[in-house]
Write a new protein. Structure first.
Lengths: 369, 168, 183
């Protein structure tokens, strides 16, 4: 049989971001697939070595574009581990609030972008508009819609505005009414069922081979492997929540897990607002004097967080000077975006490549950096 | 955690072992002991390889490879480090223990120039295209000089103000 | 940047520009990090379709190419390739401060500094990144420019083709890559 070389290229309506998959196809079935990253490469790891520790705060959110708060949190946590800084109590609760709101936004966006691979654009129009109302809350909190620069080493930048928690609770009430509507539109739709049920399954023994974390791992193995439960950071051991799992991992189950995680996020946000102390300092001054001459003690540490796509971490190396010596970024979608596409798409159809990227969670800027 | 540290000391005999943070253990070994150490950790329940990366110590003329593994049952990170030579960096591949290391090693080859024996894909370019200089993440590469020579910037001058008689 | 605002169209071109200004097809290509504000602009909150603009999948039938943010060298080769596949009249709108002077990645070895040495730009929208209201403002400005005949980037590209090509080859080396599959 003759094979045809095909580019599921960087410019394609069904592709997530600027990413490309090169494949050899026979009819409609993929024989070999090769991922091609590098279209969004900016050389972050080199740029971060050339700016001061405080100056990096403006550069860091741009590594993972849909969910920028995890970058700031991981950087701040790493510096606090190296320098031995204690963050005040209210700052921990505010950081949890911001992280969970960001997780809700990213799950809404990835449920909405199911329109690209399957052709059902109503989901996109509804979910992106709903996400925009949460971006309004972020704009009130820190002044910018997308790149917040709010979590800094030592705490958070400023206290919450007056009446902010009431508006967040009102938004959570509205989400609890709207999410069942999205669930009925997306998960019970006959077209989406036909495309995703029993399609692109991930057996449990492949999970440790690929090194996948996040929803892919939890939907195939059935274990609660979530960094918020196994290694709790920032007061996650004082709120009660469940981690949804499954043992049969096809594309429809993974979408279902995203909806159930959104309900857990709403419950965590309600508990955080309930337990947060109403007064107290929100940050600790870290540098005595000039912030541009601030140095961090020497050492090497790895700090990680559970993002919506899996384990996301920075490996920070400091040699006691004013600029970092080396920072290595572990993108959460590295295993499923690179090795998963090479080993796993053989025998599936061309349109399943994009569906794999949407349900497992692939975000192309954090692969390329 | 002390139990695990004692077991590592007996089994691997590392050069140095320390705890940089809560729930993290850093183990420094010789480069030819990396393969056995990774097999030991995999068998002990550390089933996930988080990242393979490299640090360039230019003053001592050495490269340091770092492997970070995680155990979901214990909740502990282990940093496994080894120093290799900077002029001819060579290391045995880890893909027979952790298959997910293939693309990490390809990235370390592209950005630092380390050869991995046994990984036949490692020499193919992944992120950069038609690259014609030294591996970019080494400390003797200057990105600003490269960028100014290839991608010119806008000159600061008065291209449009002169018709209004503004300052030159 | 193309600066002369003389209107030297004939009658048929004026009629054609009036019709094409009211129905603009935008090519669907997210080139950089500014593309995260494109879905909110296109969907139901800040609806772009009431201005007359809609998305189009293929470059052969599109009018406007949006460069949303920075361009790495790998993407620039594909952008040049697909810009030359579009039919004239075709327009380019550049978002963000990375296209003007390199932006926040000014000393990076993989991103370009100045877009209008490689492709002719008709309209710049500033910001990092621009809000959806700013983008809609920019698009209404583009519609006015097309009606008055000021968006002449494509003619400039045809007349000064050697200058643009020399700049592209100096910075990139080669534009069309043969060995993409690495086999």
């Amino acid at each position: 049989m003759k094979e045809v070389k095909l580019f599921l290229g960087p410019q394609h309506p069904g592709m997530h971001g600027n990413y490309s998959v090169h494949m050899y196809v026979d009819g409609d079935i993929i024989e070999k697939a090769r991922p091609t990253p590098g279209f969004l490469h900016r050389g972050f790891e080199k740029l971060m070595e050339r700016r001061h520790w405080m100056g990096n705060l403006a550069l860091i959110p741009r590594i993972c574009v849909p969910e920028p708060d995890i970058n700031e949190f991981v950087y701040a946590q790493g510096i606090e581990m190296l320098a031995g800084i204690e963050v005040p109590e209210k700052a921990h609760w505010i950081r949890m609030l911001v992280l969970e709101m960001a997780r809700v936004m990213v799950h809404l966006m990835s449920l909405g972008f199911i329109g690209g691979p399957t052709g059902m654009y109503t989901a996109t129009y509804w979910a992106i508009a709903q996400r925009d109302l949460i971006l309004d809350l972020f704009e009130e909190l820190c002044g910018a819609r997308v790149y917040h620069m709010y979590i800094v080493p030592g705490g958070v930048r400023k206290d919450l505005p007056e009446g902010f928690t009431d508006r967040v609770l009102a938004m959570m009430d509205e989400l609890e009414v709207k999410i069942p509507e999205y669930e009925e539109l997306i998960l019970k739709h006959p077209i989406i069922h036909a495309r995703t049920k029993d399609n692109i399954m991930l057996p449990a023994e492949v999970v440790w081979e690929l090194g996948v974390t996040g929803i892919g791992m939890r939907s195939a193995t059935g274990e609660e492997n979530d960094l918020r439960k196994v290694m709790p950071y920032a007061k996650y051991d004082q709120v009660e929540f469940e981690v949804p799992t499954a043992t049969y991992s096809d594309a429809l189950t993974r979408l279902n897990l995203k909806v159930r995680e959104m309900y857990q996020c709403i419950s965590i946000i309600r508990q955080v607002i309930d337990k947060m102390p109403s007064e107290g300092p929100v940050n600790v001054p870290v540098s005595t004097g000039n912030a541009l001459r601030w140095t961090v003690p020497a050492g090497m540490v790895y700090s990680a967080v559970e993002s919506s796509r899996g384990e996301y971490g920075y490996f920070i190396v400091s040699d006691g000077k004013e600029m970092p010596y080396r920072i290595a970024v572990r993108g959460a979608s590295f295993p499923q975006g690179l090795l998963g596409i090479e080993k796993y798409l053989k025998g599936h159809r061309i349109d399943d490549a994009s569906l794999w990227m949407d349900t497992m969670g692939v975000c192309s800027p954090e692969i390329d950096r | 955690m002390n139990k695990i540290i004692n077991e590592i000391k007996i089994a691997l005999e590392p050069l140095k072992i320390e705890t940089p943070a809560l729930r993290q253990i850093a183990v420094v070994v010789k480069p030819d002991a990396i393969h056995n150490s990774l097999a030991y950790f995999r068998q002990k329940g550390f089933t996930q390889l988080s990242i393979v990366t490299c640090i360039d110590w230019i003053k001592e003329s050495e490269l340091e490879l770092v492997y970070i593994v995680l155990s979901w049952t214990e909740g502990i990170y282990i940093q496994l480090r080894a120093r290799i030579d900077r002029e001819k960096p060579v290391m045995v591949t880890a893909t027979d223990i952790f298959p997910g290391a293939r693309y990490y090693e390809r990235e370390v080859h592209e950005f630092f120039g380390v050869d991995f024996l046994g990984n036949e894909d490692a020499a193919k370019p992944l992120f950069l295209e038609l690259w014609d200089d030294i591996p970019p993440l080494r400390k003797d590469f200057d990105p600003q000089a490269y960028s100014d020579s290839k991608f010119p910037m806008r000159e600061r001058g008065n291209e449009f103000v002169s018709e209004f008689g503004g300052n030159k | 940047m193309v600066l002369d605002k003389k209107d030297d169209r004939n009658v048929w071109e004026k009629i054609g520009d009036y019709f094409s200004a009211n129905s603009i097809w935008m090519k669907w290509y997210c080139t950089g990090c500014g593309a995260i504000e494109m879905p909110p602009t296109m969907t139901s909150r800040f609806d772009m379709e009431r201005l007359g603009m809609g998305p189009m999948a293929t470059p052969r039938q599109a009018d406007v190419l949006l460069i949303t943010g920075y361009l790495s060298t790998k993407t620039l080769r594909r952008v040049i390739y697909s810009y030359e596949q579009m039919n004239s009249p075709r327009f380019i709108v550049a978002f963000g401060s990375c296209t003007i002077n390199g932006g926040i990645y000014y000393d990076s070895y993989a991103t370009i500094g100045r877009l209008d040495k490689y492709l002719p730009v008709d309209l710049y929208i500033s910001g990092c990144m621009p809000r959806p209201e700013t983008i809609m403002n920019g698009f209404s400005g583009l519609i006015e420019m097309i009606k008055k005949g000021e968006a002449k980037g494509w003619k400039h590209y045809q007349e000064n083709y050697e200058w643009y090509k020399k700049n592209q080859l100096d910075s990139l080396g080669k534009i069309i890559i043969e060995d993409e599959f690495h086999e």
